[in-house]
Design a protein around this ligand. Structure first.
Ligand code: FAD
Length: 515
């Protein structure tokens, strides 16, 4: 993006990025003169110049703090009206937890979606319960509110301090996705402000093309201002289990076995552990097994281990039958016998587990550091070659963060959304979640980890593995075309239909504003 600074290079954080264009003052006053319920600000733009990734920065010209949907529509219409006289683009910013500048808008307008949150989380009970929420609402707030009615959304991300609009623009994948699909599979209806400023309600039956374009659409077609999300009865408790494997093939076979069963576990993930003693814990969880002494004494003896993580939901009165079912399921698996670690926690504690770790890291000043993450979706037919090549030769330590690896049943996912995946029924999500600690160097430096990510991508290409990036990031349109493959034409046609001037979400770097 013109003006985007890579913090990996020599630019320091906070350096002004470039000189404002000569008509900036006119544009500012035109934005200032809009008749809004909320307001436009210019002096706090540094707050929207970075994201959780902490690798790229780019200042917007202004931030819109909308109080209503019509504020967002007015802003979009105004920018369309300015047409080629301005370079203004617009990025909706949820919680800014993107990793590579996806929610930034260089010298454009960032819409602070959280200010649209009006605390009107409306819950509808009944045979198919659902909740109506603002696109800027945090998932944690939705959980807290729905729990008051004994209900809960079905599909989650590992971390709940993300907004509805932010995760629905990608997919929202976690350990429930094998069963319920990603979050984009669990939406009944959306209200969207398109790139033309139109406010449109859409669903599977009504304006369905816009509905499916926006879900997984990387913010390219419209701004999600409201979403109707399906709910299920919420359990009170969760049995949380981890077991270890020394062979990747046994680990993945058991994972696939479990996701093929209808009523097995409610959540399934897994991660890789390289020669460590603090085997069961990492920053993204607060797992504290009943037998913590045994867990702390277990040594990997220099081996690479694979940890299967599963969870079963239950209510206290069902504890006995849940334990019996769980024992039966575990008896079908092939983990190292002495490595069964269990814990029982409340449902909210389980779902909000990463936040507990966040608080600890924040206290040490280790949360707002660079995060060179790489997320991949890999087909079942490629996963063994991937694991053998990557975990033996490219990534051989966990020093920089957890590495998740778990399968999902794509056959249960809706195929009409904009999300791009490898074309196979079972896919693995593999996530390299690195953090760069202050004063890191060598193999722990940002430069090294970014190169390591590129080596993983190159390896997949050389071996012709069936892989797509999740939360994708590319530098050129050619790379995007190849990411979308035969869906590129539909994606770009839809872009032209809903955001013809290519105003929306410039930080994704897919299209350039037409001036
Ligand atoms: P932002 O970063 O603010 O925005 C993301 C993109 O969506 C931008 O392009 C933005 O313009 C666009 N956008 C934002 N709001 C809207 C809107 N209302 N309408 C249209 N477009 C919009 N993802 C998973 O799938 N599973 C996980 O388990 C998971 N865990 C994570 C854990 C952590 C600690 C972090 C930091 C991220 C994790 N993610 C996970 C990734 C996360 O889902 C995405 O980065 C998501 O986009 C972040 O949401 P946000 O509200 O911060 O969005």
């Amino acid at each position: 993006i013109p003006g985007r600074t890579n913090l990996c290079s020599n630019h320091s954080v906070g350096t002004p990025i470039d000189l404002p264009p000569s008509n900036t003052l006119d544009i500012r006053s035109s934005l200032d003169s809009l008749n809004l319920e909320g307001y436009v600000s210019f002096d706090d733009v540094h707050n929207a110049a970075k994201d959780f990734g902490n690798i790229y920065q780019s200042r917007p010209l202004a931030i819109l703090h909308p109080r209503s949907v019509s504020d967002i529509s007015s802003m979009m219409r105004h920018i369309v009206h300015l047409g080629s006289t301005s370079n203004l683009t617009v990025a909706a910013r949820g919680h800014g937890h993107s990793l590579q500048g996806q929610a930034l808008a260089h010298q454009g307008v960032v819409i602070n979606m959280k200010s649209l949150r009006s605390h009107d989380i409306k819950i509808y009970k009944g045979r198919q319960p659902y909740v109506d929420v603002s696109g800027g609402e945090l998932w944690i707030n939705i959980l807290r509110e729905t729990l008051k009615y004994g209900l809960s959304p079905k599909s989650w991300t590992d971390y709940l301090h993300l907004t509805v609009g932010g995760t629905l623009s990608n997919a929202g994948i976690s350990g429930q996705a094998f069963k319920n699909g990603p979050q984009i599979n669990n939406v009944y209806q959306l209200e969207v402000v398109t790139g033309k400023g139109e406010v449109v309600t859409c669903s599977e039956k009504r304006n369905s093309e816009l509905f499916y374009s926006v879900l997984g659409g990387l913010g390219q077609f419209g701004i999600i201002t409201r979403a109707r999300i399906s709910l299920r009865p919420a359990p009170h408790m969760v049995k949380w289990i981890r077991v270890l494997y020394s062979e990747f093939s046994a680990f993945s076979k058991d994972q696939e076995h479990l996701i093929s069963k209808e009523n097995a576990f409610d959540y399934l993930e897994g991660f890789v552990i390289f020669n460590r003693t603090d085997l069961l814990n990492n920053w993204r969880s607060s797992f504290s097994p009943n037998d913590s002494t045994q867990a702390s004494q277990f040594k990997s003896d220099g081996k690479t281990l694979y940890c299967l993580e599963v969870a079963k939901y239950f209510n206290p009165e069902e504890a006995n039958s849940m334990n019996q079912e769980t024992e039966k399921l575990l008896s079908e698996l092939h983990y190292i016998p002495s490595t069964l670690f269990t814990s029982e926690v409340s449902y909210i504690e389980f779902l909000d587990r990463v936040h507990i770790a966040e608080k600890k890291l924040r206290a040490k000043g280790l949360w707002e550091v660079p995060h060179p993450w790489l997320n991949l979706l890999i087909s079942k037919s490629s996963i063994f070659d991937f694991a053998t090549g990557v975990f033996n030769n490219i990534v051989t330590s966990n020093n920089n963060g957890p590495i998740l690896i778990y399968p999902v049943n794509q056959s249960k996912w809706n195929k009409h959304t904009s999300m791009i995946t490898p074309n196979e029924d079972i896919l693995y999500l593999v996530a390299f979640l690195s953090s760069v600690m202050p004063n890191s160097s060598g193999k722990n430096s940002l430069e090294y980890l970014m190169k390591q990510n590129q080596r993983i991508i190159n390896f997949c290409e050389e071996k012709n593995l069936n892989v797509k990036q999740y939360l994708p990031h590319y530098e050129t349109q050619q790379e995007w075309k190849s990411h979308f493959g035969n869906k590129w034409e539909t994606f770009s046609k839809r872009k032209y239909a809903y955001d013809p001037l290519a105003i929306l979400s410039p930080g994704q770097r897919i299209f350039q504003k037409i001036t």
